[in-house]
Design a protein around this ligand. Structure first.
Ligand SMILES: Nc1ncnc2c1ncn2[C@@H]1O[C@H](COP(=O)(O)OP(=O)(O)OP(=O)(O)O)[C@@H](O)[C@H]1O
Length: 519
């Protein structure tokens, strides 16, 4: 991450030496900060003060956290005088209400002047003048109440603030970043690309494009998915596009080789941001961020896992950003019943899987393995069992990958064997069970994999098989289990901490077929 942070956003100036004492202070005070901010910062919109990056930033006389800010304020903070004691009381009341609402929904914030969370979707129109088409589409999609991340992140982005947000899998982060974009940018074609959403995989980019199109129904927004073909041959000058969704590689390619103009982009979203900051992506992200050179751009980072290193990076690059955490940081959804099963060896894992299916196969079920080779092997094994299984991995063509996802979505496939290519962000409705056939490489990978079930308020189950080889890595997973309300065996919790975080051992191949060399 160090290499990443030194390279990423090279054009953005943050003098870490100069602000070293602030950074230290932030680290020490972060915990108390949430409480302090929640009780003392003014919910400015509800106090009738419209905020915006281009407008003057405003604060009230009770702002107690000005001195704290590793988030570099892009403009000086102006103090709004509250003259009468009645006004003062009203402001205090609104602060209290906002704090109570946050508490009720497990929302934790850091940053100054954080707008009050939404009480309902209707507030989008009463507070922010949301157009009827969006409210109508939300209602048609069956969204009655905003989820906690939507309650807080939407007002933050609408008030022109940058934001990095961590909320559980399946808790509606997509709408949290799409809604402000669709409220703030004007539909129509003539003015270039206004919003860019970057996702780590093609499948997720395609899904986000679809979600965005559903939300824009009835309005002429040009929502485009950056396909391979578009990146290679698209005529971007002629192509109408308001919202562009892409993977980093394709976007970077289009920017560098095809001179795609991103200078008018007003919103840049990095979805699954911790993944995007991993080496392999970071150079492309860096190039895209530089290409989005509009000085009043609003950048946001969303993920269900936000390692400290990514947070630190985010703090150093963003302007006056607000940090939003829903629930406990880096924990799994509480709706998922998590189980660990000792299978002893690789052979034992295949037996255990078959046993799981024999006892109760409750489709749809997702089975994760650690590599495409193993995905193919396991598929071979299960293809002739009496279950409708399919497989998805990076060696398949785009069309085959899409078919695998569509068939699983449509219920034609009961068991989908997958690599981590679909472990993040993919929203399969009603996955009943996720089986980690191969132990996940990290706690974050575990959280994202099992987060394919237990989404949008539904319950789910996660089973993780482990062998002797995986034992030393159990503690990380058990910690996640405990943090999300499941029981973690005490012997596992007392295992020694490991320095090495990633676990991807060489495993024996998955096969019950006799060896070719055997007589
Ligand atoms: N306000 C809402 N009410 C009900 N359902 C919602 C609401 N907002 C979003 N959803 C639904 O919740 C599901 C999960 O949403 P989404 O995919 O945005 O989750 P996420 O937080 O991005 O998850 P992940 O971390 O796995 O990417 C989707 O099916 C979405 O349609």
């Amino acid at each position: 991450m160090d290499r990443a942070s030194s390279m990423l956003f090279g054009g953005v100036h943050f003098d870490r030496k100069r602000f070293a004492s602030d950074i230290e202070r932030f680290k020490e005070k972060e915990a108390e900060q949430d409480i302090q901010i929640e009780t003392e910062s003014q919910p400015i919109e509800s106090a009738g003060i419209e905020n915006g990056r281009k407008k003057k930033r405003k604060a009230n006389t009770f702002e107690a956290v000005e001195s704290f800010s590793v988030f570099k304020a892009s403009e000086p903070v102006h103090i709004v005088e509250v003259d009468s004691s009645e006004q003062k009381k009203e402001v205090e009341k609104q602060i209290e209400q906002a704090a109570l609402l946050r508490k009720k929904h497990g929302i934790h914030i850091s940053g100054h002047n954080v707008p009050a969370p939404l009480q309902s979707f209707e507030e989008l129109s009463s507070r922010y003048g949301c157009k009827p088409f969006l409210l109508r589409n939300l209602s048609e999609l069956g969204f009655k109440e905003p989820t906690p991340i939507q309650r807080q992140a939407i007002p933050i982005l609408l008030s022109g603030r940058e934001c990095f947000a961590c909320a559980p899998t399946g808790s509606g982060k997509t709408l949290a970043f799409l809604c402000p974009i669709l409220m703030k940018i004007k539909p129509g074609s003539g003015d270039g690309i206004k919003a860019v959403v970057i996702c780590p995989t093609r499948e997720l980019a395609a899904q986000t494009t679809r979600e965005c199109k559903k939300l824009t129904k009835g309005r002429k927004f040009y929502v485009k998915l950056m396909t391979k073909e578009l990146a290679r041959t698209g005529d971007f000058k002629k192509m109408p596009c308001t919202v562009l969704v892409s993977t980093p590689l394709r976007l970077d390619f289009a920017v560098r080789k095809r001179k795609l103009d991103l200078t008018r982009v007003e919103y840049l979203v990095l979805d699954e941001s911790d993944k995007l900051f991993e080496l392999g992506f970071v150079e492309q992200i860096d190039s895209v961020v530089k290409a989005c050179s509009n000085p009043s751009i609003i950048r946001s980072l969303f993920s269900a896992t936000l390692p400290d290193s990514v947070e630190e990076l985010a703090r150093s690059i963003m302007h006056d950003a607000v940090r939003v955490i829903v629930g406990r940081k880096n924990s799994a959804s509480e709706l998922i019943k998590q189980k660990l099963i000792f299978a002893g060896s690789e052979e034992g894992k295949l037996l255990a899987l078959r046993q799981c299916f024999a006892q109760s196969l409750n489709p749809p079920v997702l089975v994760f393995v650690q590599s495409k080779e193993r995905a193919k092997e396991l598929y071979k094994e299960l293809a002739f069992d009496d279950i409708k299984a399919d497989v998805i991995h990076a060696d398949l063509s785009q069309e085959q990958r899409e078919n695998a996802v569509d068939n699983f979505r449509a219920g034609k496939t009961w068991v989908l064997i997958a690599t981590d290519v679909i472990s993040r962000g993919m929203d399969f409705k009603g996955v009943n069970c996720v089986i980690n056939y191969d132990f996940p490489e990290s706690a974050a990978a575990y959280i994202h994999r099992i987060g394919r079930s237990g989404r949008a308020g539904r319950h789910g189950e996660a089973i993780t098989l482990y062998t002797e080889e995986d034992k030393p890595f159990l503690r990380n997973i058990a910690n996640v289990m405990v943090a999300s309300g499941c029981e973690g065996p005490s012997w596992i919790l007392s295992l020694p901490k490991l320095r090495r975080k990633k676990h991807r051992p060489q495993r024996d191949s998955i096969s019950t077929a006799p060896d070719d060399n055997e007589e």
